[in-house]
Ligand binder design. Sequence first.
Ligand code: PLP
Length: 388
Amino acid sequence: MTTTTSVHPSERVSLLGFSEIVKIRNRVLEMIGRGQRVLRLEGGEPFMPTPDFIKQAMKDALDANETRYAPSSGTAPLLDAIRAKLAAKNHLPVETSSIIVTSGGAHGLFCAFQASVDPGDEVILFSPYWTPIRDHIAYCGATPVRVPWDELEGKDIRDVLAPRISAKTRLMYVNTPSNPTGCVLSGEQLRGIAELAVAHDLTVISDEAYEDLVYDGEHVSIATFPGMAERTISVFTLSKSFAMTGWRVGYIVAPEVFMTPIRKLVLNSINGVSTPSQAAAAAAITHGAEFIAGARADYRKRRDLLVPALEGAGFRIAPPRGAFYLFADVRERLGGDSWQAMETLLSRTSIASVPGVVFGQEGEGHLRMSLSVTMNVVEEAVDGLGKL
Ligand code: PLP
């Protein structure tokens, strides 16, 4: 029997979009289902498994029955490990009370935006950007103000950003190294952003998901600049650094003014991250330096093979300075419609990629490909690009 009903979803949730990347994944899975070979460069995860010592730490935690609720802000050993890492690596000496463990960077970013942005606010972000950020801004009822990455070339970052700051500007979202462009902001550029943030009394959300994957230069945390610790919500994740995407562990560092709201958001959304995952995360952060150095060398090797192959195929691409994505301008070779270009590349070379327009309209005419794939896949991709 059917009954009439007026049940309906909240209006709020209609502010959120759906990831277009899912469409590509479905297309790829459909091809694989038909027995076709697909070189899966559309993804965004480390290609290697989680290191054994990290897995062992979780097994040990399970054997020790560390299976009960953890404090919702994080276990003491993990918070201590994060505090030591922040001081040594990011030059951010903070108390553990300024740190909170989240279910990966995605959850950390969700909480960061919800804690700091109101309806009607404007949020400045560089474009192309990681797609979920658009939704995080929309879910706050705020308006994104895009700054094309390309405009930074040869200019003082202050001159590029200042005209975009209005009375409504509340926050700047800074993602370095960047997904999808692989851009890395220099210390000088970050200083410029910091000076503007202080001058206009803005909050900064600093997304440092790829902090360990910088190939040229070094990663700098914007919270280290004068006046920034008190206005920066820094969001970190173990996903990319330690090949732990499925473990869902990340953390936020924030001044007290944001910590209480973020604690409430974490409590009411997840009430803490899985206890054995936190034991593994503590081991990763404390003993993971060697793994990170090896992974970085592996990614660099792949970058140095794939970039010339893309150039040889007629694409324009600067070697990414960080993260593990190749963001190629394909307009001359495959035309300006990036969805069409993705289809053409897929059908001619079996290489799956993500249309650049998915990352904002400044990404149109580009394709994003991951360099985080096995060497066999790299070789097949180089071969395919040679025949394009
Ligand atoms: N920030 C950026 C720029 C990302 O690309 C990602 C993942 O792709 C994340 C944050 C969040 O990753 P996770 O939720 O796995 O920690």
